[in-house]
Design a protein around this ligand. Sequence first.
Ligand code: FES
Length: 121
Amino acid sequence: MDPDDHVCLCFRVSLRKIAAFIAREEPRVPSQISECLGAGTGCQWCVPFLKRLHALHAEGKPMDLPVSPEEYARRRARYRSTGERAGDAGGDDGGQEGRDEGRDEGREGGREGGRAQPTEG
Ligand code: FES
């Protein structure tokens, strides 16, 4: 996704605007990104992606979404018609892929406790 592509299609908020907002305002929780032109307050399709961008920034990584705008819009259209996500939203919200985020935290031992809880809020 390029900087000028829209992450929030409801309110036409570009990746550039959202990334600049996150970098400038340092929102403590992803929901505060809604203060950036209402991003995420429409159909809510983009919310997992906003969370993803927030998490990337918190990790000191470049804020990017590895999806083409065409594919992104196609998935949103499907989401809006079925109410279901494809499971590849690129966020931690409902995705089924087991990404190894946080593996560099050097945790030892507690693997049997199950999945790490996403940090919310
Ligand atoms: S795409 Fe962002 S709220 Fe609908």
